[in-house]
Design a protein around this ligand. Structure first.
Ligand code: SAM
Length: 243
């Protein structure tokens, strides 16, 4: 964790309190002790620094109190994702990575080859996905919470919502079978990246996205697991430094 994030309700009179994994990380990994400085921030709020004010034993393990001063702005997300979700086990690995790499809004869409069981997954409850995003933010040292939306009908989402939700023209659909580099002409604006299900996009789905201005992009003929592909794709398409 490169920044310890606190929920706003965990901060009172300039003192943030945490237990659980964050307290253990502060004590065991950062070897925290009273007086030590930490990089801190508020989930979906400002970032800054903190000083460990107290360490005590709570009912469920150690509790750390940090006097915080949050007056800086976090890096902002630079990409949005339309994701045909993989199995929940893969999603659990993927969500922290998306937050760490700078995803803003993640829309889970029901493409044809998404496993039907996925939609009953407990991971879709906010209390389960939120901590995974926060893990990724703490890793990256940022604080802007991604949004997670679910749209079971891929076609309805594309026809009714896509353009208003994502006005950008910089739209890319990741597809291993795309020929050549469809990105040659490059487009300005925030990236909207569509990633297919474990079974892959159908031809109809890729054509539908193309009709809405998405350019096909392949990382090459090796077909990667979704969580690997997302990282490779975002690294390839990252224009965060403004170049
Ligand atoms: N069997 C599927 C197929 O043949 O398309 C594999 C899908 S892969 C596990 C899941 C998604 O990751 C793909 O739909 C695509 O969006 C992305 N992906 C994986 N490998 C890729 C590559 N080499 N280039 C571009 N996208 C890739």
């Amino acid at each position: 964790m490169n920044r310890i994030l606190f929920e706003s309700f965990e901060i009172s009179d300039g003192v943030a309190t945490c237990g659980g994994a964050r307290a253990r990380h502060i004590l065991d990994v950062l070897h925290g002790e009273v007086g030590q400085q930490l990089r801190t921030g508020e989930v979906d709020g400002p970032v800054g620094r903190g000083e460990i004010a107290a360490v005590r034993e709570g009912a469920d393990g150690p509790v750390v109190e940090v006097r915080v001063r949050h007056d800086g702005e976090s890096l902002k997300p630079w990409a949005d994702i339309v994701l045909a979700p993989p199995r929940p086990r893969v999603m659990k690995r993927l969500l922290p990575q998306l937050a760490a790499m700078g995803a803003g809004r993640v829309v889970l869409v029901g493409a044809k080859k998404v496993e039907k069981d996925f939609w009953g997954a407990t991971l879709l409850r906010e209390e389960n996905w939120r901590p995974l995003f926060i893990d990724g933010l703490m890793q990256a040292g940022t604080s802007v919470m991604p949004e997670l939306l679910v749209r079971r009908s891929f076609r309805r989402f594309v026809s009714d919502e896509l353009d208003t939700m994502f006005p950008t023209r910089n739209r890319v659909v990741a597809h291993p079978y795309a020929e050549g580099s469809a990105l040659a002409e490059g487009r300005p604006g925030r990236l909207l990246l569509a990633i297919g299900p474990e079974g892959g996009w159908t031809d109809d789905e890729v054509e539908l996205l193309e009709s809405r201005g998405f350019r096909r992009f392949s990382l090459g003929p090796r077909i990667l697991r979704t969580d690997t592909a997302v990282i490779a794709l975002l690294s390839n398409l990252n224009k965060e430094d403004g170049t």
